[in-house]
Design a binder for this molecule. Structure first.
Ligand code: CU
Length: 251
């Protein structure tokens, strides 16, 4: 009974108060400003913002929504993050409170300049995973999801670090951080944000077809890991959750 109560309470509080997204990024000791959906409108022309525009922190519910790529409206950023292939980038979230579901970092080439790259036409981008974090112990309902470890209840920022594959060829790329929250039965929530990267280094590679997907396109309600009821007793007690989509490309 307590467990049911706790789950219900969690559902209510998280839905009334809290959604969120990636707000800033760091590479080494350098900090880069993302777009604040509740910030001033002069952000639209601010020359230092590296993140594509998003104006609401509500989740996206539809796997076919064009805004699934880079949130809504997803306008290009003015600046980009210079990063050497093989180094780490950390996305910083504030007040993240959801606990169940996978987190996936993606990239796509901008096929030239990210400043003119339109992600609302899904055919333009070919996304590949550079890292993903899922269930790291315990069961699906109450286990040790990275998303749970990542959530902070004391106001300190939540940090998510991934590595740019070392052999990736230089160029302009988008990095897309996606949190999928599965605490509503059969109603997955998608929280994507994109930033502009200028990848440097001596890499010469780009992932092959088996690593590349379209967004929207990669997720569907036919996938049992996406269209999931984590409170269903059989599902709740499973100790394995296979993150769907293509394999991670590590370079
Ligand atoms: Cu939320």
């Amino acid at each position: 009974m307590w467990q049911i109560f706790a789950a219900t309470l969690g559902y209510l509080t998280t839905h009334v108060y809290a959604h969120g997204g990636a707000l800033n990024y760091t590479v080494g000791d350098t900090w880069y400003a993302g777009y604040d959906p509740f910030g001033p409108s002069n952000q639209d022309t601010a020359p230092y913002i590296v993140q594509r525009k998003w104006i609401t922190n509500e989740p996206i519910f539809e796997t076919t929504n064009a805004s699934l790529a880079c949130n809504f409206p997803g306008n290009p950023a003015s600046a980009s993050i210079p990063i050497t292939a093989g180094s780490n980038i950390t996305a910083i979230y504030y007040s993240w409170v959801h606990t169940v579901g996978p987190m996936i970092a993606w990239m796509t080439s901008c096929n030239g300049a990210c400043s003119t790259f339109d992600t609302t036409n899904a055919t333009n981008a070919s996304w590949f995973k550079i890292g993903e974090k899922g269930l790291q112990g315990g069961n699906i309902l109450e286990g040790n999801w990275f998303q749970k470890t990542f959530s902070r209840w004391d106001g300190t920022p939540s940090l998510w670090t991934e590595t740019i594959p070392e052999s990736l060829k230089p160029g302009e790329y988008l990095i897309r951080h996606e949190i999928i929250s599965l605490h509503s039965a059969n109603r997955p929530q998608f929280y994507p944000e994109c930033a502009h990267l200028r990848v440097e280094g001596d890499g010469e590679r780009y992932p092959d077809e088996k690593h590349l997907v379209k967004i929207p396109g990669v997720w569907s309600m036919d996938q049992p890991e996406i269209n999931i009821d984590v409170y269903d007793p059989d599902t709740a007690m499973k100790t394995e959750y296979k993150i769907p989509g293509p394999p991670v490309w590590s370079g």
